[in-house]
Design a protein around this ligand. Structure first.
Ligand code: NAI
Length: 328
């Protein structure tokens, strides 16, 4: 007998990332090849967006995915999130011409307050929420604060794209395979201030610090390349990174639900006070996932250079939090 279906809600479903994401969820890449899914897709009520969403659904139907039990289109989060087991919050307002950072934070605060409230009201009591839409960490914080009846730890933000980008830069530099790298961390905010940290990593069993023994490369090439990779892709492609973002979302939820087999992965999670990060701030942390839960890897030594980097990305998050405080 097949397992009961899991309900996966996806917002911004007719967008670029949505288009690279939904087909992979429906094919079983996110939740397992034996896990039936129901997709509950949310878009803004705008006629054009809803029409585009219908088109995506037509294509999903035409794939005849054996695991896809049902797909529904929504313009209201209260119906889209009903009984959702997983919610991927991808849709967000991008920065428009002349828009300041505080305006961007304010419009997104509105969206994520409403969506947090809707999750609080109608989603499964153990819904796993991944926020992809930017500013992802702060949007996840807003949704979490707007959903007081749900476990705070179930609200996460996506740092996995940064993690994957860092893995690939390290593998290229070391001339090894990404699969040979373990225990990489990306600390902080999903923004150019993030801190990819390989002090604890190994490459094919050897310490990454000795394989990549080039501090200048770390500081002046690796960290800035990972931080600015999103902008480099926009510059090259004329569009933002959508396929790699969708891939990272699949990786994040896959590992959260099905486990990371003892490996460290990076997730933006509400801090429990570890590493001097104030409780509740959604911050990229090393975690190990098992049985649908994650545990922050604790008690790693933080050297002076790392402290400085970790505080810089934290300060940005504190500023963002203060920028939306009055809206929560
Ligand atoms: P897009 O503009 O192609 O699609 C976004 C979709 O969201 C649009 O169809 C829009 O109508 C919809 N939307 C907007 N507000 C909504 C709301 N309140 N409810 C439901 N749907 C809504 O953008 P794309 O490329 O798909 O990116 C989506 C977001 O992901 C952006 O905020 C982008 O900055 C972010 N992103 C995050 C990454 C990360 O690593 N955390 C990486 C890449 C992108």
């Amino acid at each position: 007998m097949s397992k009961p279906a899991m309900r996966v809600a996806v917002t911004g479903a007719a967008g670029q990332i949505g288009y690279a994401l939904l087909f992979r969820i429906a094919s079983g890449e996110m939740l397992g090849k034996d896990q039936p899914v129901i997709l509950q897709l949310l878009e803004i009520p705008d006629e054009k967006a809803q029409k585009a969403l219908k088109g995506v659904i037509m294509e999903l139907e035409d794939c005849a995915f054996p695991l896809l039990q049902e797909v529904t289109a929504h313009s209201d989060p209260m119906t889209a999130f009903k009984d959702a087991d997983v919610a991927l919050l991808v849709g967000a307002r991008p920065r428009g011409p002349g828009m300041e950072r505080k305006d961007l934070l304010a419009v997104n605060a509105q969206i994520f307050t409403a969506q947090g409230k809707a999750l609080n009201a109608v989603a499964s009591r153990n819904v796993k929420v991944l926020v992809v839409g930017n500013p992802a960490n702060t949007n996840a914080y807003i949704a979490m604060k707007s959903a007081p009846d749900l476990p705070a730890r179930n609200f996460t933000a996506m740092l996995r794209l940064d993690h994957n980008r860092a893995l690939s830069q390290m593998a290229a530099k070391a001339g090894s395979a990404v699969g040979d790298i373990e225990k990489l961390i990306v600390w902080g905010n999903h923004s150019p201030t993030m801190y990819p940290d390989y002090r604890y990593a190994s490459i094919a069993g050897k310490p990454a610090t000795s394989v990549l023994s080039d501090d200048d490369w770390n500081r002046n090439t690796f960290i800035p390349t990972v931080g600015k990779r999103g902008a480099a892709i926009i510059d090259a492609r004329g569009l933002s990174s959508a396929a790699s973002a969708a891939n990272a979302a699949i990786d994040h939820v896959h590992d959260w639900v099905l486990g990371s087999n003892g490996k460290w992965v990076t997730m933006g999670v509400p801090s429990d006070g570890s590493y001097g990060i104030p409780e509740g701030i959604i911050y990229g942390m090393p975690v190990i996932t098992k049985n649908g839960e994650y545990a922050i890897v604790k008690d790693l030594d933080i050297d002076a250079f790392s402290r400085e980097r970790m505080d810089a990305t934290l300060n940005e998050l504190l500023e963002e939090r203060d920028g939306v405080k009055h809206l929560l």
